[in-house]
Ligand binder design. Sequence first.
Ligand code: HEC
Length: 411
Amino acid sequence: MRAGNAACSSGAGKNSAPAVRFRISESGDRALKMTPLARLVLMCVAMITTASTSTLFSQVLKYAKPPDARNGEALYKNGCIACHGRHGNGAPQTSTEFSSPDTFPDFTRCDQTTAETNAAYKDVIVHGGPKRGFSQIMPAFGELLSSEQIDDLIAYIRGFCTDKRWPRGELNLPRALVTEKAYPEDEVVISTAMNASGAPGFTTDVIHEQRFGMNNQIEIDVPINSQDQNHAWNSGLGDITFGVKRVMFASLHTGSILSLQGGVLAPVGNHKYGFGNGTTTFEPFASFDQLFSTNTFLQFQLGADLPHRTDITPQSLFWRAAIGQTLAGDHRLGRMWSPMVEFLADRTLKDGASTNWDVLPEMQVTISARQHVRFDIGVRTPMTNTAGRDKQVVFYLLWDWADGKLWEGWK
Ligand code: HEC
């Protein structure tokens, strides 16, 4: 289960009052029931429209003038070859005056370079290594070269990785609090959902994600629960997820990426306390993400929880969407702020069950200079079947460990 799922599952589908179902009720008061949701959708659209017309954009997929890799090659041979080498894998140690840091890039290694965005490269080339917490040996070229020349250089450097099938880091959209993204990641996320109403309680998910090969990723999610249940404080593990994700399609050109994941939830959680399903659960899902050139993005996830023993826990479906916008100052190179809104739905596959709808507005921000440590916080509000489902404050700390150690890259 993902972080914050407690709101979905606690009291989920347990035959809540039919009056709050998200469908036409007999009294014909559907318009009234939909109002808060419709209002939120409107708010969202308004937010995105304002955001995308603002002057602060982040990384771009489109350029005013297409970058010219041939011009980039000439510049590279003048300014970069002494350190980065003719072939992009570093000049021979005998000819350089420095000993390379372990983060020194080998531009021929697609597995190391494709996850980096053009904006991250540009930031380092314009401002020098220290801007992103890298070595000061990497000089700043912002005074010597124009913005277009730097784009040309990046286009040339990209050519050192010859296998174009690797999904590009631009498609690694800001991780939402609940909706799972499609891009395969190397990251550790510690995500907490705390009840903001009703009985006190929280769930913390410790999530480890590790990429392998071009398109695959494994995921382990260990949830830890602590809840006030009828004035007794109960704590314990939830069901542990083991998942394997695979990218089925990725295109920087269209800004789209599609992945499938198969997961198994081991029934180690205490079913009596509502911390686990009490039976092994299979959890397949699909994630589709779309990035637009304005840095507006959409993320969709559709999946099912299929318990082995449906007499203990019924099957359910879930669908989630996140819509957001990334904003960054300093000509799109600076700290990234990503406001998002998630729409979260789940429904047990039982006669008479109705859909739980939640909305979750949130803000993600990169907190380290290297942007490899991020924080996200939001409030998850149940919109339907609200009986027994509490409003929650959800937040995470994310560490992209492929980009450096947790304590490195802060200044
Ligand atoms: C004096 C040596 C030197 C020169 C000249 C130099 N670099 Fe670097 N560059 C480095 C070092 C060292 C690093 C690694 C810094 C680290 O990992 O701490 C680096 C890192 C980089 C990175 C990787 C940043 C990342 O996110 O991993 C890029 C891109 C880059 N250089 C591009 C260039 C370009 C383009 C030029 C020429 C315009 C250039 N460099 C010239 C030494 C140099």
